[in-house]
Design a protein around this ligand. Structure first.
Ligand code: ADP
Ligand code: MG
Length: 678
């Protein structure tokens, strides 16, 4: 069985389950093999009942403390029995398993494994499995894969399919040369794939992960290096000499550009005039003022008689940029246009024709810019904002709309320069390392839910003082539909708690894009005081009058994401506040969140987070959004990234040869870039 074969080739997958797998984005054997577990169910060892903690899974050895009881609740037949060991008791509960009544005998010992829940203040074991001595011993310390599922597909079914695929797939010979594997202590590909799904123990799991993370970085770096090699110092069709106009724009701004902004701008100016194609990354922490740099570049491009475009990851952000571009460029004689997916077909057609005729100087949009129907008359500069939200491929797709236009990408991902050079190896880098002056540092507090009513009072006070507030709603893990309900419930409750003249609106991912845009626009205009939202507001949003950010269930987010969320406040001259509310205030959680409490510096946060988690602790929360890796995390795996980057350098000249030899390698690399056609 080949990697590229359909999953239908796998024993046990028929038409029906194929459809379900397709829903998860899996149609080939390889995609199934790369469908890594979301986490592992760690089978522990017998523990005293007293160790039972809400939310955890525990194994206990107990005997009934009383005769089991059968009760009915709703349509459920429930068997309930208080169980004891030497130190304490816990109630075990089984649903629709009346046979348990006969199975449990007084005086007999049972090994039970189950999840501990809190029911009305009392800890219970829910639906525990009764294990034989032998089952227990053979499972001790084992890890079982837990997959992200879709309705109709069980964890067991996925697990079985993967097992069959691992067994039957032809893993070519390993594409990583043996000397590299030896040098970096990496296990073979087949062994790694098998072990990431079905690890013997934690150690083997780590080894597998190391190899696969290395692969992800290695292939990515190969693709990037290959692109760089082809791109280097290509002569540009658009040499832009006319820069005086920019100075006038800068003078007219209501603020002075920071040194970091000026340096970045000068880098761009000289790139544009140099005669070569610009490929530049602007890296600057949230709030460092990257937008104005994009405005300047696009403005100069327009003054030189060409078209430019800026692509952003969300519609909300596109609308916001469109408005602020128009504010800044007001009176400068520049024609701007907006292009987003939620516009009507007629509206879009109008914009298409204004782009094609060359009437528009600057186009601001989302992925909609990549659409086939978008044809530029003279595209000379492409900017992508929040680059980490896009793949390299999308970045390339817009640029293909022009005749080798200049490229400017902007990112807030705080990564050390050494790593940025690998991840953005095909780009030159300018760093904006200072925030605008006159910003008061955000005041942070990390609190438990008992602080909630005080937080509400504080929000009320800030609103009365004329400011605005974001509340990031508790996260719901199970289903996306629940997310919407959850945000609406929460804002309903908030309305009841706060004074009625405070205007609250809510925002979530399931809304129609045009509704989202309207809500965001009302918030930007201060028609709304409090915005209750899911993380959809995370990227790029700029409402300087908002001074409070409160994040519920902060423990469920990665620190990098929390830092991005916090970056939505502290964008104006007023004192801003960020309240991190932990739904569970255990010591570890508070320690992790306190990193954010200590510092507003993205680099520091990333660094401390890494220290705390330690490389290789991948049972922790994965940072989200950072480039598109399946397993790899650029912070946590910084060392592997460095190693893979070094290794890839040695192969840059052989990329094509390697790709010819290994089909799966070619596919992987070309998933990052279209440039490799073989
Ligand atoms: P980000 O880097 O996160 O994209 P933005 O470009 O959205 O940041 O800028 C954040 C805010 O800071 C905006 O309101 C912008 O007008 C303002 N700003 C940008 N540069 C300066 C500056 N040099 N001095 C003061 N305010 C600035
Ligand atoms: Mg921004």
């Amino acid at each position: 069985m080949k990697f590229g074969d359909s999953i239908r080739e796998i024993k046990g997958i028929g038409e029906k389950s194929e459809k379900l797998f397709n829903k998860l984005g899996i149609s080939t054997v390889e995609e199934l093999l790369c469908f890594y577990p979301r986490e592992y169910d760690i089978f522990g060892r017998i523990e005293p009942v007293l160790n039972a903690k809400e939310g955890s899974t525990i194994i206990v050895e107990v005997s009934p403390a009383e005769r089991p009881k059968a009760i009915r609740r709703g349509g459920l037949k429930i068997v309930q029995c208080r169980m004891k060991d030497a130190g304490g008791t816990i109630t075990a509960v089984w649903f629709n398993m009346t046979f348990m009544m006969k199975l449990l005998h007084m005086g007999t010992h049972y090994i039970l494994r189950g999840r501990v829940i809190n029911r009305n203040g009392i800890l219970q074991m829910q639906q525990p499995k009764v294990l034989s001595q032998q089952e227990y011993i053979s499972s001790i310390d084992s890890l079982r894969p837990v997959y992200s599922l879709t309705a109709g597909l069980t964890n067991n079914a996925v697990s079985k399919a993967v097992k069959a695929a691992v067994h039957e797939a032809d893993f070519e010979s390993d594409f990583l040369p043996l000397d590299i594997r030896k040098e970096y202590n990496l296990i073979g590909l087949k062994k790694a794939v098998k072990a990431i799904h079905f690890p013997k123990d934690k150690e083997e799991c780590m080894e597998a992960r190391k190899r696969l993370v290395f692969d992800e970085f290695f292939l990515f770096a190969l693709a990037i290096n290959y692109m760089k090699k082809n791109k280097n110092k290509k002569t540009s069709n658009f040499i832009m000499k006319e820069h005086k106009a920019a100075e006038k724009l800068i003078e007219g701004l209501p603020y002075k550009l920071t040194e970091g902004q000026l340096n970045a701008w000068h880098d761009i100016e000289s790139d544009l005039a140099s005669g070569s194609i610009m490929n530049r990354l602007i890296q600057g922490d949230v709030g460092s003022g990257k937008t104005i740099i994009a405005v300047l570049a696009l403005y100069v491009c327009a003054v030189n008689g060409h078209q430019g475009a800026i692509m952003v990851p969300t519609e909300v952000l596109a609308v916001q940029h469109y408005n602020s571009f128009n504010d800044i460029l007001n009176g400068f004689g520049i024609k701007t246009g907006l292009l987003i997916g939620s516009m009507t077909a007629a509206e879009k057609r109008k914009v298409y024709s204004r782009i094609e005729s060359g009437e528009l100087d600057i186009v601001i949009g989302t992925h909609a810019l990549i659409q086939e129907k978008v044809i530029f008359a003279d595209l000379a500069l492409v900017v992508t904002d929040e680059q980490h939200r896009f793949g390299v491929r999308q970045r390339e797709a817009v640029s293909a709309k022009g005749n080798e236009p200049h490229m400017l990408v902007m990112s807030a991902t705080p990564i050390p320069r050494t790593l940025a050079i690998i991840l953005y190896g095909d780009l030159d880098i300018s760093i904006i390392d200072v925030l605008p002056t006159g910003r008061l540092p955000i005041k942070n507090c990390v609190v438990g839910t008992n602080y909630r009513s005080q937080a509400y009072k504080f929000m009320e006070k800030e609103v009365k003082a004329g400011h605005q507030v974001y509340v990031i709603c508790p996260m719901v893990e199970e289903s996306e539909n629940m997310e919407a309900e959850n945000v609406m419930d929460y804002s309903g409750q908030l309305r009841e708690k706060l004074s009625p003249d405070i205007h609250i609106e809510c925002l979530h991912g399931k809304m129609r894009p045009s509704d989202k845009n309207d809500i965001m626009e009302r918030f930007a205009k201060h028609e709304t005081d409090i915005l209750v939202s899911t993380t959809v507001i995370e990227v790029g949003i700029n409402v300087p009058n908002a001074t409070v950010m409160m994040i519920e269930n902060a423990e469920r987010f990665g620190l990098a994401q929390l830092h991005q969320l916090r970056g939505r406040v502290g964008r104006g001259g007023e004192q801003s506040y960020c309240i991190f509310m932990a739904g569970n205030s255990s010591k570890d959680i508070m320690e992790r969140l306190n990193i954010l409490g200590e510092s507003n510096d993205g680099f520091y946060v990333a660094e401390q987070d890494l220290k705390l988690r330690g490389p290789g602790d991948f049972f922790g929360i994965r940072q989200s959004g950072e480039l598109d890796f399946k397993l790899a995390d650029i912070y946590q795996d910084a060392d592997i990234l460095k190693a893979a980057g070094d290794a890839a350098k040695r192969f840059t000249d052989d990329v094509l040869i390697l790709c010819k030899k290994y089909d799966s390698l070619r596919k992987h690399i070309s998933s990052y870039t279209d440039e490799i056609f073989l």
